[in-house]
Design a protein around this ligand. Structure first.
Ligand code: ADP
Ligand code: ZN
Ligand code: ZN
Length: 818
């Protein structure tokens, strides 16, 4: 009898591919194991075994596999089922899902580039001859393709050897960026409590008359304190007092000074004494927890709608604890890795080393480690915190899935396929795993809130901030008049400047939100109106002051800033619009003494870049943090009493049916960063249009009104959640061909489906990376079978692909496009 396997190749193939195996191989292999297989003329891929059987394929002679790569499966049946669902629902291939689901180290192929790993010194005596040869080759070349290794060690089956070198950390794969960052511990001091009264202090100073150095240190501490209310660093005290480390140490030992650390929790929690022992929920948290548990009993998803700083995290912790005590695994999804560092600390403080982190900025080694720990149900990975890709991990025993900040649109993957929504895919995952699922937000999405209102989900609410902290006071500042009368200083109204000065004087911190990165998005010639365009995309280049460059935000193209207009040669170039970099610079002029930092895409590249900025802000090394969207999300800073929104209008005027919902969410979230402790926070929103309904709803914290108005509009104008949207994008280098092809596609859709078909139309940016784009929007009624509709679309695509002149045109689907 002959034996075969169907495998998933990590490429966009519609079908599984069949290979021939021996009888022994058939006995050994299990579904979910990896094999190295030849493909095409000379390629080698890592493929996943999907099915083992005895039926020969009809249309081609199957090749033999090169090698089996695993001893036990690395992918479970439930994962396959979930991935198949993703492929079907989001209209892509299983191979595309596999490619984004598995850590790249699991998917070596002939084209993968490998590099020596400089971080780890390797013990050569432990290397096999062939491994040694590969490392030798890497000494003389900075990178080699796996294909080339075939020649170096003169054999075909190289993937197992390369896999071993990866496991030994002797090599790394091309896309890796390594960066080492040891978070620093900053030591602070304050005077012991017992010396807070004036008398006690005088007695203290008298007792120190014979220790002049110590007394000098105490006096210096006093004078620093008088100047500012900020925490005092040991290093600052040393400089100011001229006292040595030893003097300060002896004062600490005597208990005259108290030493403390801010953010000591950034290190591992191996020390049980620093662990947070217990959390006592307040009444409204208890109430919410009960509602959630009750919903779980009915096998429903629960939405936790709790205002900013109401203590949602503590409720999640209780839910995680419950799952763990039942011996289950837990998954905690976050939209953005920017958030994870603070959350990791909070969860580690409570759960110690049962918490693992998984996201794309982690190295292959770390990702493979977490994968294996989850697969083996190790205690270390009982709780996994991660961005959207964490939902692909090999869980086998999930008890709870938490989707935090469920409203965030970054849960939707835009490119490449699978273009899945992690919140929705997480709900399906929970379902496949018989796990509970809770969605949380201070500003739920219209979809989820509707599901909660009509009983599909449970709804738990927390309407007040924890510890009776007041909701921030939101003030709308009309800048129309001020702009007309030229009373703005740069982009700052007098009102905002006033509040900033006051907060700086109090020694507190400020967050300023600006919707754009870069300095001045566009440099325009005032003589002829020309602005530099990206040669690959249909956008103007944006100016980045830091590098004095013009850059394209779509493809990364950049050029040096020109001194004269490229078109007319005039040197009257002017900056239009403004971004984070410009706000930062204006601040430096307006408040020369303030320490200003910036958080946006440009300043947060690299693995620990977010952490560095967040830590530095937490440790009060900055007074003002200027940032884009990134500063709005879930961060919990103790000392921020003012949040300023530089310009709310660019958000509101965005041409998109979700612009209003998003503006409400974003403004409410960023406002929520203010005043999270005792003092009431202040939020100033600069706008040309203070009577806009959304701004009114934000300032009155009126979510219900926003929800009902938006829902009404969606019903009127036929948008989700009233119906589903499938966006079909066609791409080609040739403008005319694209026009023709997309017209053909849209006509066919109209003929076959009786759903609303809009377009084809050029999007706002109609050319990206040298390809023209055209969109067709399909609005599918909710009561119709989405499966049938998708099948019809796929059939149309088949006929489309059969037309020879359209061969080069790429078709991309985005289901539930947001
Ligand atoms: P949210 O996630 O809803 O914005 P958080 O969970 O960050 O709110 O809670 C806000 C603050 O209140 C945090 O500093 C948190 O530590 C504190 N907090 C919330 N619940 C409790 C509790 N039960 N006991 C002690 N502190 C709490
Ligand atoms: Zn010009
Ligand atoms: Zn470009």
């Amino acid at each position: 009898m002959e034996h075969f396997i169907d495998v998933v190749l990590p490429i966009p193939l519609e079908k599984l591919f069949t290979y021939k195996i021996s009888e022994q191989e058939s006995d050994f292999l299990k579904e979910g194991m990896r094999v190295a297989v030849p493909f095409g003329k000379s390629k080698i891929y890592t493929a996943l075994v999907y099915k083992i059987h005895q039926t020969a394929p009809e249309v081609y002679e199957p090749k033999e596999i090169h090698q089996i790569l695993d001893e036990t499966p690395i992918v479970t049946q439930t994962q396959f089922k979930h991935w198949q669902w993703i492929a079907n629902y989001y209209m892509c291939t299983l191979g595309e899902v596999v490619r984004s689901a598995l850590p790249s180290a699991f998917l070596l192929e002939s084209e993968t580039l490998i590099l020596p790993n400089k971080m780890d010194a390797i013990d050569e005596s432990e290397l096999k001859d062939e491994e040694f040869l590969i490392l030798e080759a890497l000494r003389y070349q900075s990178a080699i393709k796996i294909n080339e290794i075939v020649g170096i060690i003169d054999r075909k089956n190289v993937l197992p050897i390369v896999n071993k070198l990866v496991a030994k950390k002797a090599i790394q794969l091309k896309e890796e960026i390594y960066e080492q960052y040891k978070p620093k511990l900053v030591r602070y001091v304050k005077l012991g409590e017992q010396y807070s009264s004036e008398e006690a202090l005088e007695t203290l100073l008298n007792s120190l008359t014979r220790a002049p150095k110590q007394s000098q240190v105490v006096l210096s501490l006093f004078s620093i304190q008088a100047k500012s209310k900020k925490p005092i660093k040991v290093t600052d005290l040393e400089t100011e007092s001229g006292g040595s480390k030893a003097v300060i140490k002896s004062l600490i030992e005597k208990g005259i000074l108290n030493e403390y650390h801010i953010q000591t929790d950034r290190v591992q929690y191996d020390n049980a004494s620093t662990r947070q022992k217990e959390i006592h929920l307040n009444d409204s948290q208890l109430e919410a927890l009960k509602t959630i548990q009750h919903t779980f009993e009915e096998n429903k998803v629960c939405l936790l709608y709790g205002v900013t700083s109401s203590g949602k995290t503590e409720v999640y912790i209780k839910l995680l604890e419950e799952a763990l005590s039942n011996g289950k695994q837990a998954l905690y999804l976050l939209p953005e890795i920017a958030l994870t560092s603070q959350l990791i600390n909070r969860l580690q403080a409570y759960f110690g080393d049962k918490v693992s982190v998984y996201h794309s900025k982690y190295s292959i080694h770390e990702r493979v480690e977490v994968w294996n720990n989850v697969l083996k149900q190790k205690e270390k990975a009982q709780i996994v915190i991660g961005a959207r890709s964490a939902l692909f991990l090999p869980f086998s025993n999930l008890g709870i899935v938490v989707v935090d900040e469920e409203h965030e649109s970054s849960f939707k993957q835009f490119d490449p396929a699978p273009r899945y929504h992690a919140r929705d895919a997480a709900i399906v995952l929970a379902n496949f795993q018989d796990s509970n699922c809770v969605l949380g937000s201070a500003t739920p999405s219209i979809e989820s809130y509707k599901n909660a209102n009509n009983g599909k989900y449970g709804l738990a609410e927390m309407k007040h901030r924890f510890g009776n902290v007041l909701m921030p006071d939101i003030e709308l500042v009309d800048i129309k008049e001020a702009t007309r009368k030229k009373r703005m200083k740069g982009h700052f109204s007098e009102r905002l400047l006033e509040e900033i000065s006051e907060v700086l004087n109090e020694g507190e911190q400020i967050i300023l939100f600006q919707n754009r990165r870069g300095f001045a998005p566009i440099i325009e010639c005032t003589t002829c109106g020309h602005s530099s365009q990206c040669p690959n995309c249909d956008v103007s280049l944006t100016y980045h002051q830091f590098k004095n460059q013009l850059r394209c935000h779509y493809c990364g193209y950049h050029m040096a800033l020109q001194l004269a207009c490229e078109a007319c040669g005039s040197n009257t170039l002017d900056k239009k619009g403004f971004g984070t970099e410009q706000v930062e610079q204006e601040l430096e002029q307006l408040f020369p003494k303030a320490r200003v930092g910036r958080m946006d895409l440009d300043t947060t590249r690299g693995k620990y870049a977010y952490e560095k900025i967040i830590t530095s802000f937490e440790q009060h090394e900055m007074d003002i943090l200027v940032g884009t969207q990134m500063v709005t999300k879930g961060l919990d800073f103790r000392n921020v009493s003012l949040v300023g929104i530089m310009n709310a209008d660019t958000l509101l005027n965005f041409p998109d049916y979700r612009a209003h919902e998003r503006s409400f969410q974003l403004l409410t979230q960023v406002a929520g960063r203010a005043g999270r402790t005792k003092k009431r926070g202040k939020v100033l929103v600069q706008t040309y249009n203070p009577y806009h309904q959304i701004l009114q709803q934000v300032s009155n914290t009126d979510f219900e009104k926003m929800y009902s108005e938006q829902l009404y509009e969606r019903e009127q104008y036929k948008y989700p959640p009233e119906l589903r949207i499938i966006k079909v994008t066609l791409k080609d280098k040739d403008y005319n061909k694209l026009n023709e092809a997309s017209q053909w596609f849209a006509n066919s859709l109209r003929n076959v489906l009786n759903d609303t078909v809009l377009g084809p139309e050029f999007p706002v940016v109609s050319r990206i990376r040298r390809l023209y784009l055209k969109n067709i929007i399909l609005k599918v009624q909710k009561d119709k079978s989405i499966v049938q509709t998708k099948n019809s679309i796929k059939r149309i695509e088949k006929s489309f692909n059969a037309i020879s002149q359209y061969k080069s045109v790429k078709v991309v689907y985005n289901v539930d496009h947001i």
